[in-house]
Design a protein around this ligand. Structure first.
Ligand code: SF4
Length: 82
């Protein structure tokens, strides 16, 4: 498996631990009232993992890292899958 371009992988599943740490630090810095709860977050990411638009942790519809996008309580999928 090519870990640099992995269809249907999230960043935390890939070899780039520095990128994941950066994303995790950003999510951890969000105020609690702006952050989706863990069950919503996991549910959103499970939808992304089944989506053809996910490539190497990034949504090809919006250009976001889905682990960042899913963390925002008011965030939404650009094609309304969640
Ligand atoms: S945010 Fe929506 S379109 Fe993008 S990868 Fe996730 S489910 Fe697919």
């Amino acid at each position: 498996m090519d870990l640099r371009r992995c269809k249907r992988c999230l960043i935390y599943e890939m070899a780039d631990k520095a990128a994941y740490e950066s994303i995790k630090n950003y999510i951890d810095s969000l105020p609690a009232e702006e952050k989706s709860d863990e069950s919503v977050y996991r549910s959103r990411l499970n939808v992304c993992k089944e989506c053809d638009s996910l490539l190497s942790g990034m949504c090809r519809k919006c250009g976001c890292y889905v682990e960042v996008r899913a963390a925002g309580i008011k965030a939404h999928c650009p094609v309304e899958k969640w």
